[in-house]
Design a protein around this ligand. Structure first.
Ligand code: M6R
Length: 369
């Protein structure tokens, strides 16, 4: 049932091209226009939304953080991402013009459910992006967008993360289309790029041996850091969470810009640091800032594992290891850059002889508050 893989996690990592393809499938008409028939909320309401709040926990919340960059950019709607268990206790400002988007693989996470109920009591409309058909969150929401990633068995979420990002992006593009924030050809070009992602994810999987070897080589590390900027920041957080969860290694993700505000004090000789580098073809200041961050940590003895776009040679002088991802627009990069981090954690956990699929102290869905 593990399809020849050593763990469900490994199998699910390899299912990601199909998972993303299935998330995108059936959401276009013959002309290639985006159609989200499931979004059963009146267009007039969706046009009047003046704030989006994404509520989720764990990996799903990182998917929300990624989606925020895209939604704000495309729709110009202020978007907050809130851990569901913090949301309720903050006395949040929610009303009929707020769209709450819940993200949940299981659809049964109690904290997320309570956040949704709290928002509904205050008049908000709720869309739930969910992987499990008929689960509680989509049932209680005004609309459900299913990710169609297929069952996720491993406790550590992988394919659900990529599918959540893809689904949230469809939602963002749909709102932009409805509200007239983007030209039709702009939307079509993002959709085309999105549809090219499964093949690009597959290209990373085809080169996984390099990353697996690195995981095995680094199995005795006692601390690993992850840096990223912009959408690379939540990717760094996700990379760190995977390592904590299944390899029991102290791991932290930072916004690379925070380094000099504290975390750089942690860097000493031999400290492994993953750095997620954006495309050099995107906003150049973003790329060059991250390259300077790699230099800064390297100068202090860090072992740098750099995740960079194919053809980006600027990172070479400062990298101990380079992992390549195929060229893609910055906003879509999380769908690629996350994959090596998953493979790394999975291989390292296996090399330590741990139970990759059932890490200690954790349950697949957290149905208590
Ligand atoms: O089922 P959900 O997506 O609501 O679960 C949320 C988190 O519990 C979940 O993502 C958790 O953080 C994973 N174990 C991460 O790998």
């Amino acid at each position: 049932e593990k399809g020849g893989f050593d763990s469900f996690m490994e199998k699910e990592i390899h299912e990601q091209p199909a998972a993303v393809r299935d998330t995108l499938m059936g959401r276009f008409d013959e002309k290639g226009n985006l159609t989200l028939d499931e979004l059963k909320i009146d267009d007039s309401i969706l046009r009047s939304i003046d704030k989006i709040i994404v509520v989720a926990c764990g990996t799903a919340a990182y998917a929300g953080q990624v989606a925020r960059y895209a939604i704000e950019h495309w729709c110009r709607i202020p978007t907050e991402v809130e851990l569901a268990h913090e949301f309720r206790y903050r006395d949040p400002i929610v009303n009929e013009k707020t769209l709450v988007v819940s993200l949940s693989q299981s659809g049964e996470t109690m904290d997320t459910l309570m956040a949704v109920r709290h928002a509904q009591e205050q008049g908000a409309k709720v869309v739930s992006i969910c992987n499990t058909t008929g689960s509680t969150l989509p049932r209680e929401s005004d609309a459900a967008l299913y990710t169609h990633a297929g069952p996720e068995i491993a406790v550590a979420s992988t394919k659900a993360f990529l599918s959540q990002i893809a689904a949230a992006y469809l939602l963002g593009l749909y709102l932009a289309q409805l509200r007239g924030n983007m030209y039709k050809d702009e939307i079509q070009s993002v959709l085309k790029e999105l549809q090219a992602m499964p093949e690009k994810i597959q290209a990373i999987l085809d080169n996984e041996q390099q990353i697996k070897d690195l995981g095995i080589e680094m199995k005795d590390s006692d601390s690993v850091l992850f840096l990223g900027r912009h959408v690379g920041f939540p990717v760094a957080l996700e990379g760190a969470l995977k390592l904590k969860e299944i390899a029991y290694i102290h791991a932290e993700g930072f916004a690379a810009g925070e380094l000099k505000h504290g975390p750089i004090a942690l860097v000493e000789e031999g400290q492994p640091i993953f750095v997620v580098v954006p495309s050099p073809r995107g906003r150049d200041s973003l790329h060059s800032k991250v390259v300077s961050n790699i230099q800064e940590v390297r100068a202090r003895g860090a072992v740098t594992i750099v995740i960079a776009e194919e053809g980006d040679s600027t990172v070479e002088p400062y990298s101990n290891h380079i992992i390549r991802y195929p060229q893609c627009p910055t906003l879509l990069q999380p769908l690629l850059a996350t994959v090596p981090l998953q493979i790394f954690a999975c291989a390292l956990s296996g090399a330590k002889g741990l139970d990759v699929d059932q890490p200690r102290n954790l349950a697949k869905s957290v149905t208590v508050e």
